[in-house]
Structures are given as C-alpha cells and as structure tokens.
Design a protein around this ligand. Structure first.
Ligand code: GLN
Length: 455
C-alpha cells in the first residue's frame, strides 16, 4: 500500500531520492517467513520505514543530497540500518535532504526540493524534509532522520509530525555520513509519540563502532509514552524557557504554544518560567562550531576515494590537487561551500581562539544554563520553530533568515540533551505548529511522558 502511495504521490511531493520496491517486498516476505517459523519478532516487524539519504545502506545509493556522491552505493550498513533490518522493518527507500544535511527547507538538495504535503507551494522544513513529508503524506508510516541543529524537529513542526532527537550518543552515528560530529544524532520521525518510542527502542542503544555511543540501556521510552497517555503529567515540573518564544515568533505559533502550556497546567503539571540567558547566543555559537566541524569532515571528499571525479578543463596533465579542486567545485552546492569556507576561516591560525575558541566557551555556558533550568524543572517546553511552513524560495537567497529557523532547536544539540517535537494544532494560516519538549541527558523517557500527555 505504501509503495502504491509513493507511486501515486511522490512525483508531486518528492520525498524520496530512491525507492526500493523489490528490497522492501523481499524484507516483508522474510518477516512472514520468520513469523511462521515461530521467531519472536518485535512490535514493529513488518512495518515499512523510510530512511534519510545520509545513512549508509547496502544495495541502495547514498547521495547525501549531493552531486559529489551521485550513484555511490555504500559497502556497509549504518548501525541504525542494521538494527532496522534485524527488527524486520522493510526499507521503502531513501529520503531527500538538504545537501549533507545543511539547511532548513530541503531546497538545498542537488536533486530538487521536497514539497510540504499541507501546501505544495511551501517547504517541509529541513534538512530532513524528505523523511517528514513522507510520513505526513502517508507515503511511509515511519522514517529515520538526523538532527544536528533541528533537522528532525523543525521539519516535524512544519509538517505536523512527531520528531525526536535522542540524547547525544543514544543512537549510533556509525555509518551516518558526518556533518558536525559533536552535534549529529539520528532519531525517529513518526505520526504519534508511541510510534516514535517504539522506533527509538529499535534504533537506540550502545554500539562499540561509535566511540561516543553511550554504554547504558536505552531509557524506557515506550513505558513512558504509555504512562503519559494513561496518567497525564500530574506532578511533573515543566519549565517554559523565557528566551525561546515571544518576539520573533509568529502569532499563531505563540498562541498554540500558550494553549499547550494551559493544557499541561490543567493536566496537573506544575509550570514554572525558567531563564537560559546564553540561549540568545546559541545560534551564533552553532554557526561557528558546526561549520568548523563541517570543513574538517567534508575534507574526505577528495575525488580519490569515492564518488565524483572531475578533471579541470584545459589542463593536460592535472595534479591530484587540481582534480580535487575541480571535483569539489563541481560536486558541492553553494550552501556547502559557504560552510566549508566559514569553518576553514574560523579554524585558521590567528582566528581560532577568537572564533572557534569563544564558541566553545559559550557552548559550555549553554550546557550550564540547561543544568540550572533542570534544577527547577523536569522538562522544558518551547515552540519548535518560530514560524509555520514558509513558501519555497522565500529564504533561499537569505542564509541568515534560513538559519533563524533553528533558533529554538539548536541549544539542545550544543548541550547534547534530547528533544521531541509534536503537533500542537494549526496556526492562523491553517498550517501545523510544533511544540518542543527538552529533557536532561539520558532522560529521554521524560520527553515521551510529557509529549504523550499532550497528544
Ligand atoms: N538547519 C540546520 C543547519 O542548517 C540544522 C541542520 C541539521 O540539523 N542537520 O545547520
């Protein structure tokens, strides 16, 4: 049924870069075989899933939305993909994204933008717009995304779906093409909070192949979601973050958020206001830390090891360096180049202390503000994104306006703490609004408890 839906609607939505009907149907048959052989299968066995095209998949291309990896098929699976296969989730295909996950609208994909199913003249957010649109348009019941600065949560908000960024280290990064390694985290994209919890338990947990993977059991997120549905949030202390709302947030977004807070209060939560002063510097900090890591991570695309190789025009016997330069010029889009240049500048000798060094100090302040806030509240809450889905092209020529989409999501990545975005109704423009909960490190279960109560 989902393959049929993709065939009928994906020409318009363009959520997928690659669809694998044979592979998905073979995986579904395999689940049937295992089931009739009496194998104990998990609750998601047989449920199809879409995977962001930043995760390595044997047998399916992995382009990262970039020309530089056009046609590349990885020789190994990401750990997340291995876990999906073992749990019997047929992989429908690979979803569209901003090139190397850099963007907030999925318009920076080298293969054309994804459209928002709520209004196809608007973007689905980004970078994981493909995964979010696939779930919102019912082309897939579940998807996997990655969130470096909001790329699961902001598209979730703009498409009326649920998106979770687990605690940093909670889900293995092995086999996920690196954008900014100290910020990247994969997580669930779903219709409901319980679906997200079920998927979280499949993909989460320790992996020796990722040196930053947490060696501890996955928090009991399914149990927490069920508790939130059954018992609500009586006694839970919820902190409204003063710096993540108000000025700069669309009226309808702020209204739905205020109503959500009212609902939580009526459901028995103790709502307090908390202040995290450093959050006003979080966006600037992110846009130094992230490009610095990007400039280093993307150095591996050297035209020698994989993907595209371009010879410079009119050079008879080009050097390796000339081939590398010509390939990177042809293979990377403008946004990727912008960030490589920014990061290289911020890391260069003479500027390192002023830019990268200062950003690392503010990053420590963001973590400290979270610690203070979590001394007063069990979870924090804010709007996920300052606006609803914006028109295609609207922010394409204004990188700063695009970056501002992430103002509320970025603090969590800088500190590594987990976050969830869930739908909170429609704004004055008839488009979905997302509300975000944030929890302390490794307390992902609290996200699900609070979100399920609001759902
Ligand atoms: N939109 C943010 C950026 O452009 C976040 C990207 C992400 O989370 N992958 O960097």
């Amino acid at each position: 049924a989902h393959l049929d839906a993709i065939a009928a609607h994906d020409e318009t939505i363009h959520a997928f870069l690659h669809v694998d009907p044979e592979g998905a149907l073979a995986a579904a048959d395999e689940v049937d075989r295992r089931r009739s052989a009496g194998d104990a299968l998990g609750p998601l066995a047989g449920v199809p899933i879409a995977v962001k095209d930043l995760l390595c998949t044997v047998g399916q291309p992995t382009t990262c939305g970039s020309r530089i990896l056009e046609g590349w098929v990885p020789p190994y699976d990401a750990t997340v993909v291995t876990r999906l296969r073992e749990a019997g989730l047929p992989i429908l295909g690979k979803t569209n994204l901003d090139e190397f996950a850099m963007g907030s609208s999925t318009e920076h994909s080298a293969y054309g933008p994804t459209r928002n199913p709520w209004d196809t003249e608007r973007t689905p957010g980004g970078s994981g717009g493909g995964s979010a649109a696939a779930v919102a348009a019912r082309l897939a019941p579940l998807a996997v995304g990655t969130d470096t600065g909001g790329s699961i949560r902001q598209p979730g908000a703009l498409t009326g779906t649920v998106g979770v960024k687990p605690t940093y280290g909670g889900v293995s990064r092995y086999g996920i093409v690196a954008m900014a390694s100290s910020l990247d985290q994969a997580g669930p994209v779903t219709r409901t909070v319980l679906d997200a919890a079920l998927l979280h338990e499949v993909i989460g947990g320790h992996d020796p192949m990722d040196s930053t993977s947490i060696d501890a059991p996955v928090p009991g997120v399914v149990e927490a979601a069920r508790r939130g549905h059954a018992d609500g949030v009586a006694g839970l202390r919820i902190g409204v973050v003063r710096e993540l709302g108000g000025e700069g947030f669309q009226t309808g977004v702020q209204q739905r958020f205020d109503e959500a807070v009212e609902l939580l209060t009526k459901a028995g939560a103790e709502v307090v206001e908390v202040s995290c002063p450093s959050f006003t510097q979080a966006l600037a900090t992110y846009y130094l830390v992230m490009p610095s890591e990007v400039s280093s991570n993307l150095a591996r695309f050297d035209a020698m090891r994989y993907g595209l190789r371009v010879s410079p025009d009119g050079v008879a016997d080009p050097s390796a360096e000339q081939v590398m330069a010509a390939t990177r010029d042809a293979g990377f889009g403008d946004e990727v180049k912008r960030r490589i240049i920014l990061g290289t500048y911020a890391l260069s000798s003479g500027y390192y202390d002023a830019y990268y060094g200062s950003a690392q100090k503010v990053r420590a302040l963001v973590a400290r503000d979270f610690d203070n806030a979590f001394a007063q509240a069990d979870v924090l809450v804010s709007p996920t994104s300052p606006t609803t889905a914006f028109k295609m092209g609207e922010k394409l020529d204004d990188p700063l306006a695009m970056y501002l989409q992430d103002v509320a999501t970025i603090p969590a990545n800088l500190a590594g703490v987990p976050g969830i975005s869930l739908p909170a109704g429609l704004a004055e423009d008839g488009l979905p609004v997302g509300v975000q909960f944030l929890a302390p490190l490794q307390a992902d279960d609290r996200l699900y408890h609070a979100a399920a109560a609001l759902e």
